[in-house]
Design a protein around this ligand. Structure first.
Ligand SMILES: *Cc1c(COP(=O)(O)O)cnc(C)c1O
Length: 645
């Protein structure tokens, strides 16, 4: 069925896509890395990868989106500083925990402005990565998180260079470590201090902020820290005041409250002679995952420009009032920079309905003899005939009552079966009538203005399961862990009206390995509109906005590894694809679980015999050799992907 009007699309691409996604004339999903007309066709990526031997699932990165996002953030602060006459400087620092993978980090570093870029790290591994990059001149490396002697030693060793290392004090106990190392090495990194605000974030990560948060110093601790540093003559190094009230702040109000409180603390410390130069407002700049522009958990009620405006305006207002010089501003936006740049393309392996396939009793060649003491064949229980009658007579006028009758009758039939009065065939026939009744009742219920709860439950039970070639735990962990929503849609056939309502089930043997809530501009959907009748052709979906947190938080449940990773960019108008990785092999996954691959080989050979003699009759070792180098996901038909449209 061809689609006539654009607004019929149920996927909300124009809303959550923020200009980076569009539906092309061919019904394909397009990515627009520069937020203009230049576009990349996702189907083309699948075809080209298949030609190179890579089949879905594919993690696809668009480094030009990272570039566009960072430039946009710079532009927002430029504009805000101009508008509010803020004679100051803005720096964007990328927190490595949001996405420490080499390719996106390299893209962001390339996009960073000299004197206005940096990386934030929260562990020793992240610090090592940050120090070993060639950052734009005048960059910062900010160290947050819990610190031991080793990380302090390394930070101190790197002090006084370009990039400038900033150690952010999160707990008083870190000060003696910093002091001891400064004495030993005769130098000290720039120091920052993280304050604990009374203001909280809003949304899913609200608990990261507030008075009881895990990190930061309260007012009395701040003063104590200042005293300790003063005593050690390190106060001149304390130049940065930092806070972070949590990720994905959904309401602009919370941003305003936090920056107001922090600016006040900044001013008061300044007035006490702390030589602060910089206010670091942390992360929290959110993403509109569902396109609703509301303070719901998956959205935000503000734009990056409003975020910048609020920060700049509020700091200026408070500092003017307190008569202290305006600080340089730093933000550590991770999610806002990274989320749009990567997505997972995967294929639906099959479609399964919760409702069993149709069973025709006549086709059963020899019905088994019932073992029950009574002979049910002689006198069939009336409940079966009753069920058949309900199925035949249910209508828009009586569907509620008839549905209720069917539920009761079904209960009786199951009891009869338990007691041995029914054959399995009789139960099957009754079951079919019952599902037929449910389906009809549901169709009638949908026609009414108000759908009651019982039919909503029925709607849920009748969702079609699309078996999809990925692992929720590996690629979309927040969908499982915190029920976060991500936009999901087919990458082709977008001009056809989808006739199915489905959910996605992944490859893991875990009932949590499903995605059964979906973004909707007005609500949260419990089904996703999907297409039927794939005629054996690949049916491809994209799970979008995965660039923040999901990649590195993904785990190895059921030994599904990292999917293949490719980078797609536009050279002029030409699509260029670079294969970064073929994905984790099964051998790597097995080794990760602690097994010795050589030992496995020996055992396999000893237990199941040596190598086989012919390709038609391979030995276990040949099978294992091939398997261990291969992909943990379902291997698709390469040629079908190569010619998909
Ligand atoms: C996680 C984190 C960030 C990033 O937050 P986003 O909401 O992703 O921008 C920034 N700063 C600190 C200290 C963090 O821990």
């Amino acid at each position: 069925m061809p689609r006539t009007k654009k607004e019929q699309s149920p996927y909300g691409v124009d809303e959550w896509g923020s200009g980076y996604f569009a539906i092309g004339g061919s019904g394909h999903l397009l990515v627009r890395p520069f937020r203009d007309q230049r576009s990349i066709d996702l189907v083309e990526i699948v075809r080209r990868c298949a030609a190179e031997g890579l089949t879905p699932p594919l993690l696809v990165r668009f480094p030009q989106i990272l570039h566009t996002r960072l430039q946009h953030l710079y532009a927002c602060f430029d504009r805000a500083m101009e508008e509010f006459d803020y004679a100051g400087h803005y720096r964007s620092i990328f927190p490595l925990k949001v996405n420490p993978m080499r390719a996106p980090v390299a893209s962001l570093i390339r996009a960073g402005r000299p004197g206005a870029f940096g990386l934030e790290v929260g562990s020793k591994g992240e610090l090592a990565i940050a120090l070993a990059q060639r950052l734009p001149a005048g960059s910062w490396i900010c160290i947050n998180g819990f610190k031991d002697r080793r990380i302090v030693e390394m930070a101190t060793a790197a002090a006084g260079r370009d990039p400038e290392v900033v150690a952010v004090i999160e707990r008083l106990s870190e000060i003696p470590l910093l002091v001891a190392e400064a004495r030993r090495q005769g130098r000290c990194p720039l120091l920052g201090v993280r304050c604990r605000l009374n203001s909280r974030g809003s949304g899913r990560w609200e608990a990261s902020g507030g008075e009881t948060s895990k990190f930061g110093l309260g007012a009395s601790e701040l003063l104590y820290a200042v005293e300790m540093l003063e005593r050690e003559q390190l106060l001149p190094r304390l130049q940065v005041l930092h806070y972070h009230i949590g990720s994905q702040i959904t309401s602009v109000r919370r941003i305003k409250d936090a920056v107001k409180e922090a600016a006040r603390i900044y001013a008061k410390l300044q007035q006490r002679g702390v030589p602060l130069t910089t206010l670091n407002v942390g992360g929290g700049l959110g993403i509109d995952y569902d396109g609703s522009r509301t303070p719901s958990d998956s959205s935000v009620n503000y734009t990056p420009q409003e975020f910048a405006n609020n920060v700049v305006y509020t700091v200026r207002e408070v500092c003017d009032e307190e008569e202290v010089p305006l600080p340089a501003l730093v933000s550590e936006s991770g999610r806002a920079l990274a989320a749009h740049h990567s997505l997972l393309i995967t294929n639906c392996e099959s479609r399964e309905s919760d409702v069993p396939i149709h069973f025709t009793p006549r086709e059963v060649s020899s019905p088994p003899e019932p073992r029950s003491p009574k002979s049910p064949d002689d006198e069939e229980p009336t409940q079966i005939a009753e069920m058949a009658a309900i199925a035949a007579e249910i209508s828009v006028k009586n569907f509620r009552e008839y549905y209720h009758d069917a539920v009761v009758t079904r209960g009786e039939i199951l009891t009869l079966f338990d007691l041995g009065y029914l054959t399995l065939e009789q139960r099957a026939v009754a079951e079919q009538h019952f599902y037929d009744i449910c389906r009809q009742a549901l169709a009638f219920a949908r026609q009414t203005r108000f759908v009651s709860d019982e039919f909503r439950v029925l709607e849920k039970a009748f969702r079609t399961k699309y078996v999809t070639n990925f692992s929720v735990f590996r690629s979309v962990p927040d969908a499982w862990a915190v029920k976060q929503l991500f936009p999901i849609l087919p990458i082709h056939r977008l001009h056809e009206i989808p006739t199915e309502k489905g959910i996605l089930v992944d490859l893991t043997c875990d009932s949590d390995g499903v995605i059964d809530t979906f973004v909707d501009v007005r609500d949260v959907k419990e089904v996703l509109e999907l297409h039927a009748g794939t005629n054996g052709r690949p049916y491809l979906l994209a799970i979008c906005l995965l660039g923040a947190y999901q990649e590195i938080m993904g785990d190895h449940h059921n030994l599904f590894g990292k999917p293949a990773e490719v980078v797609a960019r536009l050279d002029g108008t030409e699509l260029s694809i670079e294969i970064i990785s073929h994905g984790d092999s099964i051998g790597e996954m097995v080794r990760l679980a602690g097994y010795d691959l050589e030992e496995m080989k020996t055992t396999l050979g000893e237990v199941f015999g040596g190598p086989g003699s012919t390709p038609r009759n391979p030995g276990i070792l040949e099978c294992w050799e091939e398997l261990r180098a291969g992909d943990s996901y379902l291997v698709g038909d390469r040629e079908a992907f190569e010619s998909v449209d």
